[in-house]
Write a protein that binds this ligand. Structure first.
Ligand code: GSH
Length: 278
């Protein structure tokens, strides 16, 4: 019997979306477990920290294997499951794929998200979510001696994260760096149809979710409007048109009202979504 696949994820998390997209491309059936990383902060709970010591989503379980970090998970999915290969055969193209995956990992999207998000959600992320995170981490660190070091590391990371989003200069620098990288993407797309080579690969899986997040932050027009980086514009349209984009529920903005209600209910009551963790 094939080993069961379970994904611990949060619907709006772009890292979770990368994994959902890879699973959709490979057509791997899986059970989704909802981990609330915003209100109940279940990613900090001891049971989850034991699965994923960094206390972040996503985490993939395949049989008795636990795989963390979206870049590792998507590679694992491609290698462990049948279905169309999402990595080029050619070693140079494989290297190029890895480089583009690393490049998007360096973009500091979480700082950009928390530092840029507008309206009530932006206020909630910066002013409500951050202090609540620290309080919960401190409480759990005090009561779970075996995990104290992990909670300490998480509190330190949170301190750096908060300092970054409080600094307009730092958020502007992240934005500027992003423009440089998009220039490189545009240049690359002048040479190959997809990012790593002429065939769709894991690099495109990861970048789809970056473009979707930037769209959600309202940055698409300024970053790659038709006149600017036209190749990026056409490339992202191509990625969006893939059936996997819809199947994996990639977020480019708020979801439908009914989905929003279900999500809110799960976050407030800890029930309501059939896949609430653990
Ligand atoms: N490098 C990790 C980053 C994971 C990550 O930062 N996940 C975010 C959601 S996209 C998260 O869980 N944030 C909650 C937190 O840090 O408290 C990956 O790609 O899996």
């Amino acid at each position: 019997m094939a080993a069961v696949v379970t994904l611990y994820a949060f619907p709006a998390s772009h890292c979770s979306q990368k994994v959902r997209l890879a699973l959709a491309e490979k057509q791997v059936p899986y059970t989704n477990r909802f981990v609330d990383i915003e209100m109940r902060l279940q990613n900090f709970d001891p049971w989850y920290m034991r699965l994923n010591p960094k206390g972040v989503v996503p985490t993939l379980i395949h049989g008795d294997r636990v795989v963390t970090d979206s870049a590792h998970i998507i590679r694992y999915i491609d290698e462990a499951f049948e279905g169309p290969s999402l990595a080029p055969e050619d070693p140079i193209e494989r290297q190029s794929m890895r480089r583009w995956i690393d490049e998007q990992d360096r973009l500091r999207i979480r700082e950009l998200t928390f530092g840029t998000m507008k309206g009530v959600l932006g206020f909630a992320l910066r002013k409500i979510s951050m202090p609540r995170r620290k309080a919960k981490l401190q409480r759990l660190g005090d009561t779970n001696a075996d995990l104290a070091e992990l909670y300490e590391a998480k509190i330190e990371d949170l301190g750096r994260w908060r300092a970054s989003i409080a600094s307009e200069a730092e958020v502007a620098e992240i934005h500027r760096k992003l423009e440089d990288v998009l220039g490189n993407v545009d240049e690359q797309l002048g040479k190959t149809r997809y990012l790593a080579c002429d065939s769709y690969s894991l690099a495109d899986v990861a970048w789809t979710c970056i473009f979707a997040r930037l769209t959600m932050l309202g940055l698409s027009a300024s970053l790659w409007g038709k006149a600017r980086f036209p190749l990026v514009n056409a490339y992202y349209e191509d990625l969006r048109a893939r059936p996997s984009f819809t199947a994996a529920e990639i977020w480019e903005g708020p979801p439908s009202w009914s989905k929003r209600r279900a999500l809110l209910k799960a976050m407030v009551t800890g029930s309501g979504l059939s896949q609430v963790a653990p």
